[in-house]
Structure formats: structure tokens, C-alpha cells
Design a protein around this ligand. Structure first.
Ligand code: OAD
Length: 248
């Protein structure tokens, strides 16, 4: 079955001055990285976020939280970008100004070749120290408990945004700059339930941008967007990127 993408969406993208893309864990599903809210395989179906993804959880049991992130780092290290990531990198090279905001911490967009990437929730491979936020790069993959900060001795934690934490100011600023006056926004592989990321799509809708969603399921945004493409990102995005590249 051929994948149908409406001509009017292709025309809007091809004619756009600025395009913003918001991605979530669904775009990495075909790379073998679990999503969060899938009822069977999702991380939050199998683990409690309050035990693993809050500053309180880390202070309570640093080794447990650290080891969970070490497991996720291993998964990410073994994963490869999929055709969905690659198609977005290609689109960035084809269109005049495409900026990508990802909620994913897996770094796969950059590995696929995307350059204008805002990592809204951080990057799981990096660390920073708990007490002063001193940046620290990747840790020894075999470390079973958090190493200490070289500068101040406080434990290192993954450089990701946990529940109850603010989005880093720089990421927030760049993300809003990208969506504030975009002509087209693509919302890909996200359940659009977690704010402020989901709010980025609302901003684009409010100022009249053309908004398309790529997701095999419906989300709270589906009824509001101009184009709801029900399908997998790894299948739809290469077709979309080919059509833009071919000018049809
Ligand atoms: P979710 O697990 O909430 O949603 C994943 C979405 O991807 C769902 O709507 C799926 O239907 C869709 N999906 C699954 N496979 C797909 C595919 N092959 N192609 C396209 N879409 C597909 O994940 P996120 O929306 O990313 O936050 O979750 C948002 C945030 O909640 C995460 O960044 C994380 C989590 O708690 C933090 O860690 C701060």
C-alpha cells in the first residue's frame, strides 16, 4: 500500500520560510528504544517515574537511579538512527530553515545528521553534578554508582530533565524562537501530554501555522491539527522527504 501524504501538506512545507519539528520517543521506536507510555512496552508501564526520574528519587537512592540510566545509556549506545531520523536530517538540508526540538534524550537526531537540534529534555549520555550543576561529559559505562564531580565532589547525575524540574533556559528560549513564527510545524511521535513541550504545538496552532502530526495513534492534539498522518515516522518521513526533494 502506498503511503498517502496530502499534496497541500507538501506544498505548505515546500513553500515554508521556517519549519519547526517537535519529536518524541515514537520517532526512536524503530531504533529499538522504548517509548514512555505504551501500555505494554513503555518505560512508565514497567517502572515508576517517581522512583527513577525525580531529584528526590536520586537523593533517596542514587545508585538505583544511576544504574537505571546506565541501562538506558547502553540501549541508546547500541541503537542506530532509523529512516525517520535520517529523513528529518535530509529535510533540514533541503528546506531553508528547519529547526528541530526533541524531547528525546537519546541523541539520535544529531547522529543522523540533524544540526539545528534543541534537546529540550537534555541528553542521557552527559552528566552534571547534583549540587552545583557543573557540566560533566559521559561517564564510565561500567560505573555502578554515581562518580563524583571533579570540581566540587558532589555526585554526578544524568544531564536530563526530571519530573518537577525546569527546562534549561537556553533550550526553552531556542524552542520558542523556533515555533513562535514558524509557517509549518510537524509534531512527530509524541503523545503530547507532557508540558511545556506539548505547549509548543499549541503556540504554532494559535498563530495559524500549518500543523501536521505523525503518529499511529491519536493524541490530545489530533483533532486540532490540519493534517493527522496516522502512521509510523520511519515509514512516512522518508516519503515526505523524497517528495520535497523531488519538488512534487
Ligand atoms: P510517549 O511514550 O508519551 O508517546 C510516544 C508516542 O509515540 C505515542 O503517542 C505513540 O503513539 C507514538 N509512536 C509510537 N511508535 C511510533 C512510531 N513508530 N512513529 C511515530 N509515532 C509513534 O513519549 P513522549 O511523548 O516522547 O520526559 O513523552 C514525553 C516525555 O514524557 C518524555 O520526554 C519523557 C517522558 O516522561 C522526561 O523524561 C522529562
Amino acid at each position: 500500500m502506498s503511503i498517502q501524504i496530502p499534496d497541500s501538506l507538501i506544498e505548505a512545507l515546500a513553500g515554508a520560510r521556517t519549519v519547526a519539528v517537535v519529536t518524541g520517543s515514537g520517532i526512536s521506536a524503530e531504533s529499538g528504544i522504548p517509548t514512555f507510555r505504551d501500555a505494554r512496552t513503555g518505560l512508565w508501564a514497567n517502572y515508576r517515574p517517581e522512583d527513577l526520574a525525580t531529584p528526590e528519587a536520586f537523593r533517596r537512592n542514587p545508585a538505583l537511579v544511576w544504574q537505571w540510566y546506565q541501562w538506558r545509556r547502553k540501549q541508546v549506545g547500541e541503537a542506530q538512527p532509523n529512516p525517520g531520523h535520517e529523513a528529518l536530517a535530509r529535510l533540514e538540508r533541503t528546506l531553508p530553515d528547519l529547526r528541530l526540538i526533541t524531547q528525546n534524550v537519546d541523541g539520535l537526531h544529531r547522529r543522523a545528521g540533524s544540526r539545528k537540534v534543541v534537546e529540550f529534555h537534555g541528553n542521557v549520555m552527559n552528566n552534571r553534578c547534583l549540587d552545583a550543576g557543573h557540566p560533566a561529559g559521559p561517564a564510565d559505562p561500567d560505573a555502578e554508582s554515581p562518580p563524583r564531580c571533579r570540581e566540587c565532589g558532589s555526585p554526578l547525575r544524568p544531564d536530563v530533565v526530571w519530573f518537577g524540574e525546569m527546562i534549561p533556559e537556553n533550550a526553552l528560549h531556542q524552542a520558542y524562537e523556533a515555533v513562535d513564527d514558524c509557517d509549518v510545524l510537524l509534531s512527530i511521535g509524541t503523545s503530547a501530554q507532557v508540558y511545556p513541550a506539548a505547549g509548543l504545538v499549541e503556540v504554532a496552532l494559535q498563530h495559524g501555522a500549518t500543523v501536521a502530526e505523525i503518529n499511529p495513534d491519536t493524541t490530545p492534539m489530533t483533532s486540532q491539527v490540519g493534517f493527522a498522518l496516522g502512521g509510523n515516522a520511519a515509514e512516512l518521513l522518508p516519503v515526505l522527504a523524497d517528495r520535497i526533494a523531488d519538488g512534487k
